[in-house]
Structures are given as C-alpha cells and as structure tokens.
Design a protein. Structure first.
Length: 228
C-alpha cells in the first residue's frame, strides 16, 4: 500500500512538473475571460443608463403632456446621433406617435420605420412600430401595404388559439403584446376596403373566436358580420 501511495504521489508530481505551466496558463486565461465578461456586462449597464438618460428629458415633457416640447427634444436627440439601439427606437416611436397625432403621416412613417429598424427583438417596441406603420398606411389609403404590416404583426405576436378548453385549463398561450385584437380588427376593415370580402369575413370570425372575451372588439366583429 505504501509503495502504491508513493507511486501515486510520484505520478502526481510528474504530472504537475510536465503540465503545471499549462494548467496555470489555462487558469489565467479562464479568469481573464470571466473578468472580461463581467467588465463587458458592467459597461453595457453603464451605456444603457447613459442612453436612458439621453431620452429622459423628452419623457418628462411627455409625462407632463407637453407634447410639442417632447417632440422637439426627441427629434433633437435623434438628430444628434448620440442615441443608438433600443433608446433610439423608443425615442423614434414616441416622436412618431406625436407626429401621427398631428396628422404628419409622412414624418410619423419615417420615425416608426426608424423605431422598427432599431428595436431588435424587444416585442413591445417592435410591435408598436409595426402597428404605427400600418395605421399610417391606412390613413394614406395604402390598404395593401397596411394589410402586409397587419398580417405580419398578427403572425408574429398573436399566440392565442381560441381553444376554449385550453383557456379554461390555462394552457392556451398568451399573446406577446396587448394590441393583437386591435390589429385583427383593423385588418378586417382593410380587407373590406380592398374588396376582399371573404378575407374580411374570415378575419372577423377569427377575431370573435379568439378574442370573444374582449367585449369591445367582439361587439365590433358581431356587428360587422351581421351587416354582411
């Protein structure tokens, strides 16, 4: 047993003599990677905080319902080139909403598109930009383009199935965003404007099936179907 223990110790010593430097280097590299990841995450947090601060004044104006001042602030920050990523998308979306309310549909469309281009995978911002673009196209009478945006919106964010048993058992998936029923109703009207009566009817029926528990849109769908 003693000889076996001595042999094991000798083998262990030989292993560290032959590989000790490699092991040490490996640990140094590992710690450097971990430190780099931590530093990167901290830098991202700082950058995100700085970006949020840049749009803070505009948000303050918006919360105070001073929309003209908010629009000037958002557009100034967008033009400065200092905003990027999600902060740029948010500022563009909010500025687009204000321009839409002012009936500056061309200006709103540019800002909504900028929001969409910079929103990444953030569902609330991305979906709101798509919804805004669809609304602009409807206002301008470009119903074909509006239909394209609304179809993509519903396909991407509409997760509910209308299965009553699944809903009762709470197994039905939930929508990622809250405006899918609104988008489906708009799509019904757009199809009607395009003369696609069958599609309009099918979309209204689908709206009633999936969002029958949403009284406002369910009532609209029922009235639409009753008038056909």
């Amino acid at each position: 047993m003693a000889n076996e223990s001595n042999n094991n110790n000798s083998e262990l010593k030989a292993f560290f003599v032959n590989h000790g430097t490699k092991i040490a280097v490996a640990f140094v590299v590992l710690f450097a990677i971990i430190a780099g990841i931590v530093q990167y995450k901290e830098a991202r947090k700082v950058a995100a905080a700085e970006q949020s601060e840049l749009i803070g004044v505009g948000l303050t104006y918006l919360y105070a319902n001073e929309k003209d001042s908010a629009l000037v602030e958002f557009e100034g920050k967008i033009a400065s080139g200092k905003l990027e990523g999600l902060a740029l998308a948010k500022a563009s979306l909010l500025a687009g909403n204000i321009k839409f309310e002012k009936k500056d549909f061309d200006g709103a469309a540019l800002l909504f598109q900028n929001a969409l281009d910079n929103a990444g995978s953030v569902a609330l911002v991305r979906s709101a930009a798509m919804h805004g673009l669809a609304a602009v196209k409807m206002e301008k009478g470009d119903f074909s383009a509006a239909a394209n945006f609304l179809e993509k919106y519903i396909a991407e964010y509409g997760k509910r199935t209308g299965d009553k048993e699944d809903r009762y058992q709470k197994d039905e998936p939930a929508d990622e965003v809250p405006m899918v029923a609104d988008a489906m109703w708009k799509l019904t009207l757009v199809y009607q404007q395009l003369g696609a009566s069958d599609k309009a009817k099918a979309t209204a029926e689908r709206l009633l099936q999936i969002y029958g528990d949403n009284r406002a849109f369910a009532d609209k769908a029922r009235k639409f179907l009753a008038a056909l």
